[in-house]
Design a protein around this ligand. Sequence first.
Ligand SMILES: [Zn+2]
Length: 417
Amino acid sequence: MITLPKYSFGTGDRFAKQGSAQLRALEKIRADGADVAPVWNKSNREHTIIGTTPRSTREEADAAVRAAGWKTPYFVDADHINLSNVDNFIDASDFFTLDVADYVGKPDPGAADFAKRHAGPDGKDVRIELPGGLPPIAASAADIEGAAGKFLHAVREAGKIYRAIEAKKGAGNFVTEVSMDETDIAQSPTELYFILAMIAEEKIPAQTIAPKFSGRFNKGVDYVGDVSGFAKEFLSDVAVIQTAIPDFGLPKSLKLSVHSGSDKFSIYRAIREACKKFDAGVHVKTAGTTWVEEMAALASVGGEGLEFVKAIYSEAFAHIDELTGPYATVIDIKRDALPKPELVAGWSAEKLCGTLRHDQSNPDYNPNVRQLIHVGFKCAAKAGARYFELLAKYEKEVGVAVTKNIYARHLRPLFIG
Ligand SMILES: [Zn+2]
């Protein structure tokens, strides 16, 4: 069976040009003592907006790995796929993120039976023992029925997608993730435990599970919410997984997947500490952080690079409704805090770069501009050849920035501290 290593990192790369620069960041963290497997994830939504195919992600990953002489595992993740679009990803991917968020809350005829199977004797609470000195979880019959009512149908759907992939690729030849993160309400650790029971009953050999955590995970900017509450919840989730693996016979490599939406710096410490406490693995998925870094780096070179980024901003500003529509639940842009493009047109390289780059200590940093650019990659896709020309011309500057962003802002705080 293809096993996902203990630590893995989703290096989404919208335009598939920074594979080598991203891999250099993983080489640096390995030199620091943490082995982290790269996973190039790209969703159907990204492919559709940019006009690329899953094959291009595979080619990028293979080329980067070949060029670097990377010897350990790496993966290509069909991110957020479902039955309607999985076919396009079969050949190119060896990691599949089954997105069943749309099915959460839909009734399932098997819910009552599931609840009966898992309820305590004589209607008593079930006690779920947790490792690491955490208090046990008590689940009443009503809790279990509630979890089945919300999630059983979604897990059944995940089973259908899993079996469609298995029929084509063969069991054990790919990594399976089940994701429910793009929903409105966070799943509690108790619910996670029973979701894992459902996944086991559905015979899905999940190696990663992406719940929705508490707080907001807006695109490209830091976590919004109660960090200490997140830390507690994450710790309980890790403990629940460690209990569920033997309880339900799930793969030993099963771990949490954090769909970060990029750059959730303030919760990285909590993630690192929970993994350390339980000697657990984790997968952290990013997507647009590399694309925004391309923009920041091009702005920083000045001249034509700066002009290009200003044009992209102006275009994104003009099409804000169209660009933000597909991401409405995962962005929070204060429109009156967006500078007018006429104003930005007069900005220096330093000012625009500082506005975009995710350095909260820089007074120029503007999370509203950053979110708009994060979801505004369609504008660069429209610019097409001109964009790729600039990326090629300033390959060195952009590459250094991309490596630094992944290494210093993400991998280091997540895995070393
Ligand atoms: Zn996600």
